[in-house]
Design a binder for this molecule. Structure first.
Ligand code: ADP
Ligand code: ZN
Length: 738
């Protein structure tokens, strides 16, 4: 009693002023400014909504971060409030600040990364409304049918047999005039309603599989911690049935009325994968991935915001799915590099998910056949709970893996497909089984050189040779997108003597068509799947055995489940080892293990043929033996010796400018500043020119910082960014690694 009395005399907070974070891509303006809220907008003003304000003479967007009664400064009026409901709730507002600290990028940049693109003012993506027909409230279908005599009206009403709502456009196809009459006579009601642009294909509902022992044990452990922010590492070999574990855990979470996020790398976010979920949880899923249009993504996001679905499946950005009552967070293929954003804010989805798991007191499950060294090290230290699944579901065995020495094959004039692989392909074709071939390089030929004068086509903006794309008959730079028409004659000596070297997926396709003329062959890479729906079509057709051979880039290495595939050929296993990066061993091992995992997933035993010029390489031996731990031990040793993660943290500073002298000077200045302010144990490397020194006409210099305990480092970098480097021509990217 007394309490409520007390409450009622508390002063009502007047919403006179708003602190607005303006959306300007300039770190020096990354703070809030106070605006006065005009009387007319007072009621609508809420924290987390987007607003339009005058900044200088410019109209720009911003977010309301706080409301207050008074202001020390003279404030301009807010111009407009853009949202009916806040787009950032309290958790998201906090999460943005957390990201800002983690990535040292601007707060407004962080918020905009968290929201769907459609919410940017420049893109006027509207909510889609369509006219929808209902039977009038009092009408039962039978009653309605009795009232009408015309056949076409009866046909329109027949649409309501299985549906309660029917799109007017659909009914009009039966008979537009009948529809109008039905509306006029009050039998049908017409309403304008929001319709979602994206629909998961309706599929038959599927019930849960009986879990095997390993799956059950994993599930039980996760379920036992459903109210805790515990992190699990689900280390299951390829085909061990991790997805089934996710599904069964989600089922329990839904029973509690809670929600689930399932993060999947972009390339494994296939219709097949989404289908598995939607068959189990029909109409309860939002999907967020880059194949959707901005409008579709916006709709999916709002399904979550409005609480219409409980599950979100999506790529990296789905970590920001605006759920308010999370019960489980799953990160499938947790080793995937797509979980790190490579533009500002350069965040790790894992950091976001850990934070959300703490906020919501719910478990986070990291699943992989090849966990990152970092995750496995966490599991070793018991910071993550380790859940192994060593066997394939349904007792399928892991495929046999053969290493073929390509040096021998080149001598025997089999430089593309080794004799061993060729024989195996023929054998599988004869047995009516399917084959996958991995070549992680798209295009036709990777180098075009003149045999007369030695001329090579290079990108004029970058430092690399251009790739020939036969299907589009042009040369392309895979870094900056520069394209060039190709002539029959050398542009330098004008002789007809151009040679096409290097193997890409297009050339491989041609080659295969020549040596296996009766085989049905299909290619999957970024070029063959640009049109909407093609990826789905290729997957479905291959699954239905309309093709015998599927060749492709790493797009084919993950997530796909084709029971009839018994042979996986890996054509250029060495390629990813040659990339100069401390992670290239880890990346190669994961790619090849994942790819191997596509073969022999059901009753039929699988086989993998791995073509390499270095068959004795330890990484390939580990792949051959399916021995993650052998690889783990080996690689951890290297990382320790060379002071790389997970023993050291890394920050890569990249200095960029069109002006070579300026960028070099700033990089040296930065080095000096860091040298003076760092912890003695912290290691500085560089400045050196980056691997890709010149991209799109911009010069790149790098400084690599390796550190373990350096409390001041973050502040030092912030200072460097804000006060030390003031040359407007040079920008500095800050990129944390672990
Ligand atoms: P992973 O993601 O671990 O590579 P999947 O989840 O794709 O493996 O499962 C591999 C195959 O085994 C799938 O076809 C799946 O339907 C099947 N499967 C998984 N668990 C079971 C089970 N308990 N009983 C029967 N089949 C299963
Ligand atoms: Zn280029």
């Amino acid at each position: 009693m007394q309490l409520s009395f007390f409450c009622s005399i508390l002063p009502v907070v007047m919403k006179m002023y708003a602190d607005v974070l303006v959306e300007i891509r300039n770190k020096h303006v990354d703070k809030t400014f106070t605006y006065h809220i005009p009387k007319t907008l007072e009621e609508d003003a809420e924290v987390g909504k987007r607003v339009l304000v005058l900044f200088g003479s410019q109209q720009i967007e911003g977010y309301i971060l706080a409301l207050k009664n008074n202001s020390d400064v003279e404030a301009k009026d807010l111009l407009e409030i853009l949202d009916e409901e806040p787009v950032l709730n309290e958790e998201m507002l906090e999460l943005g600040k957390f990201l800002q600290e983690k990535t040292l990028s601007s707060l407004s940049n962080c918020y905009s990364a968290m929201l769907p693109k459609a919410l940017k003012a420049s893109k006027k993506t509207q909510i889609h409304k369509k006219e929808v027909l209902y039977l009038s409230l009092t009408e039962e279908l039978e009653e309605a049918l009795e009232k009408v005599t015309s056949a076409s009206q009866k046909d329109v009403l027949a649409l309501f047999e299985n549906e309660t709502r029917v799109l007017k456009t659909k009914a009009n196809k039966v008979s537009a005039s009948a529809v109008n009459t039905l509306i006029k006579n009050g039998i049908l009601n017409l309403e304008k309603e929001e319709v979602y642009r994206y629909q998961i294909k309706n599929q038959e509902r599927e019930s849960a599989k009986v879990l095997n022992e390993e799956q059950q044990s994993a599930k039980d452990k996760i379920i036992a911690s459903l109210q805790k922010s515990e992190i699990f590492l689900l280390h299951g070999v390829t085909g061990s049935g991790k997805t089934e574990v996710y599904l069964s855990v989600i089922e329990e979470v839904l029973k509690l009325g809670k929600e689930a996020i399932v993060l999947v790398p972009e390339i494994s976010l296939t219709p097949q994968f989404v289908g598995v979920f939607s068959k189990r949880f029909p109409n309860d899923i939002a999907v967020l991935h880059s194949h959707l249009s901005d409008g579709e993504k916006y709709d999916e996001w709002r399904k979550i915001l409005k609480g219409e679905v409980h599950i979100c499946i999506g790529a990296r950005s789905a970590s920001f799915a605006p759920f308010t009552n999370l019960g489980i967070i799953i990160m499938d293929e947790e080793h995937s590099e797509s979980y790190k954003q490579e533009s500002s804010p350069r965040y790790f989805a894992l950091d976001v998910l850990k934070k959300r798991s703490q906020t919501h007191h719910c478990p986070l499950v990291l699943g992989s056949a090849t966990p990152t060294l970092d995750s496995m090290a966490h599991a070793h230290k018991k910071l993550y709970t380790y859940l192994p699944m060593k066997k394939r579901a349904q007792n399928a065995v892991l495929p046999e893996c053969i290493l073929v020495d390509m040096a021998e094959e080149v001598k025997n004039r089999h430089p593309i497909i080794s004799r061993e692989l060729e024989c195996s392909i023929i054998e599988k074709l004869n047995q009516n089984e399917q084959i996958m071939l991995l070549l992680n390089r798209r295009g036709h030929s990777t180098t075009i050189t003149c045999s007369n004068c030695g001329f090579t086509y290079r990108c004029p903006h970058c430092e690399i040779s251009l790739t020939y794309h036969k299907s589009s008959k042009n040369l392309r730079c895979h870094y900056c997108g520069y394209t060039k028409y190709i002539d029959e004659y050398c542009p330098n000596c004008h002789e007809k003597s151009l040679n096409y070297y290097g193997l890409g997926t297009e050339k491989l396709e041609e080659y295969l068509e020549n040596i296996f003329p009766t085989a049905r062959i299909v290619r999957m890479d970024r070029d063959s799947t640009t049109n909407k729906g093609t990826l789905e079509k290729i997957t479905e057709d291959f699954l239905n055995h309309k093709y015998d051979i599927l060749l492709g880039t790493q797009m084919i290495s993950k997530g796909l489940d084709f029971p009839n595939v018994t042979l996986m050929g890996i054509l250029d296993a060495d390629a990813s080892l040659q990339i100069p990066d401390y992670k290239s061993n880890e990346r190669t091992f994961a790619l090849l293990s994942q790819a191997s995992g596509r073969a022999g997933r059901k009753e039929k035993k699988g086989m993998v043929i791995l073509q390499t010029f270095q068959p004795e390489n330890y990484i390939f031996q580990c792949v051959k033996e399916h021995s993650y731990f052998k690889f783990y031990k080996y690689e951890m040793n290297i990382r320790k010796t060379l002071k790389y993660p997970p023993f050291y943290y890394l920050v890569l500073l990249t200095f960029k400018s069109k002006d070579y002298t300026a960028v070099r000077k700033e990089a040296l200045k930065a080095k000096e500043f860091l040298e003076q302010n760092k912890d003695p144990e912290t290691i500085l490397l560089g400045p050196t020119t980056a691997n890709m020194f010149l991209v799109n006409g911009i010069y790149h210099f790098e400084i690599l910082i390796k550190y373990r305990f350096d409390d001041k480092l973050i502040n030092t970098i912030k200072e460097l960014d804000e006060f030390v480097l003031l040359n407007k021509k040079v920008t500095m990217d800050i990129d944390f690694h672990y």
